[in-house]
Design a protein around this ligand. Structure first.
Ligand SMILES: NC(=O)c1ccc[n+]([C@@H]2O[C@H](COP(=O)([O-])OP(=O)(O)OC[C@H]3O[C@@H](n4cnc5c(N)ncnc54)[C@H](O)[C@@H]3O)[C@@H](O)[C@H]2O)c1
Length: 252
């Protein structure tokens, strides 16, 4: 996989899938900007990568704030000259286990602001830069919840269907501009976000595991492999697609 000297931004890279993707890309010699709303966790991931011999820089940005996204992109270009790959991974789970009529307005606003509008902001700003440099590659982290109904979490589901839709629409627009845009759709994957969902009910771990033909949750490192492949030129004829890693859950 060719990733050497690629400049990659990963949002929400202070934890889980984003952190695992950052470590793997850095192992393949990409220069990685570890962006997160939580600068302490971002700095920890960057320190680990640099100690292991990779190249990483932490950058604090809340993807739901347009000015912070603009600063993340402009500072990266100032410091490193280009952005080859942008991984829009930052996301929140929101409140779980509520029927639609009980869904709170605050939860709707929060989840849509981060998971949906955040991806729009990041694509809007980075696409301008990618057009200027004449190439680019965007990877949006959607979810299995963006491909099939999961129930009891309307804002999350709406936001992830939107990410899949935005990925396909934008890919259509930028195919001729040498810019690829794809989405990764993980199923249940071990992370802080999944831990929160599992904590909502004592039997939740077993209930969810029964939905997975491979009988286990995914690991963040397994999702990172797909991110690395999409980030590399090995996938260079692929755009506007979703790559699902879910242990077979979508088959049911
Ligand atoms: N874990 C799963 O089961 C699963 C399944 C499908 C999709 N996903 C998606 O994968 C992505 C990563 O999730 P994860 O499971 O690694 O969760 P995680 O909670 O471990 O990591 C999410 C990271 O995003 C950061 N973040 C939250 N709000 C932010 C904001 N406004 N701006 C910038 N950063 C912000 C958090 O600080 C955290 O570091 C999310 O988009 C999530 O929806 C996760």
């Amino acid at each position: 996989m060719q990733l050497e000297n690629k400049v990659v931004i990963i949002t929400g890279a202070g934890s889980g899938i984003g952190a695992a993707s950052a470590s793997l890309l850095a192992k393949h010699k990409a220069l990685v900007i570890i962006s997160d709303i939580n600068i302490d966790s971002a700095q920890k991931v960057a320190d680990q990568i640099n100690t292991a011999g990779g190249k990483a820089f932490a950058f604090k940005a809340d993807v739901s704030k347009f000015e912070e996204v603009e600063l993340l992109i402009s500072q990266t270009v100032k410091d490193h000259g280009k952005i080859d790959v942008m991984v829009n991974n930052a996301g929140i789970g929101g409140e779980n286990q509520k029927r639609t009529a009980e869904h709170t307005l605050a939860d709707w606003d929060n989840v849509i602001a981060v998971n949906q509008t955040g991806v729009f902001y990041c694509m809007k700003v980075v696409l301008k830069q990618m057009m200027k440099q004449g190439h680019g590659n965007i990877i949006n982290i959607a979810s299995l919840a963006g491909l099939k109904p999961s129930g009891y979490n309307l804002s999350y589901s709406a936001s992830k269907y939107a990410v899949v839709g935005m990925t396909k629409s934008a890919a259509l627009e930028y195919g001729r501009k040498n810019i690829r845009i794809n989405a990764v759709c993980p199923g249940y994957t071990e992370s802080a976000l999944l831990d929160k969902l599992l904590a909502s009910r004592p039997d939740m771990r077993e209930t969810l595991k029964r939905l997975i033909p491979m009988d286990r949750f995914g690991e963040a490192t397994e999702i990172a492999e797909a991110v690395a492949w999409l980030a590399s030129d090995s996938s260079k004829y692929m755009t506007g697609q979703t790559l699902t890693l879910d242990g077979g859950t979508s088959l049911l």
